[in-house]
Design a protein around this ligand. Structure first.
Ligand SMILES: [Zn+2]
Length: 117
């Protein structure tokens, strides 16, 4: 005997598996790498821990994410495309940790203007 409708009595208070705190329902965005390509899934319902930010997804959400990944993020299903800035840590690393880079003079090279004459 299956009770189809649990009208409003949906008691899904989930406790964080890491710290035991209460988790809040939240709509999240999920960046995902597929090979060298970054894909973003938006409007992903998740449970997020109030304390440690651990995220948990309902089984049917997780299955849908897996299905999308398994389908290889079909480009015709993409709702939109965004361009993201790409950074490196170099400016924030101490000098000793910086990878060797060819020294470049900060002054403007006169050669680059020769065309205008
Ligand atoms: Zn937690």
């Amino acid at each position: 005997m299956a009770n189809m409708a649990d009208n409003g009595a949906e008691k899904t208070e989930i406790k964080c598996s890491s710290c035991g705190s209460k988790m809040r329902a939240e709509i999240t965005q999920m960046p995902m790498w597929l090979g060298s390509e970054l894909n973003l899934i938006e409007n992903v319902p998740a449970h997020v821990c109030d304390k440690c930010d651990l995220q948990y997804y309902d089984p049917h959400i997780e299955a849908a994410i897996r299905a999308l990944v398994g389908a290889g993020f079909p480009s015709h299903q993409a709702r939109s495309h965004i361009t993201v800035p790409v950074f490196q840590l170099d400016p924030y690393l101490p000098d000793a940790e910086k990878p060797e880079q060819p020294k470049r003079s900060p002054s403007i090279e006169p050669e680059s203007f020769s065309d205008s004459y």
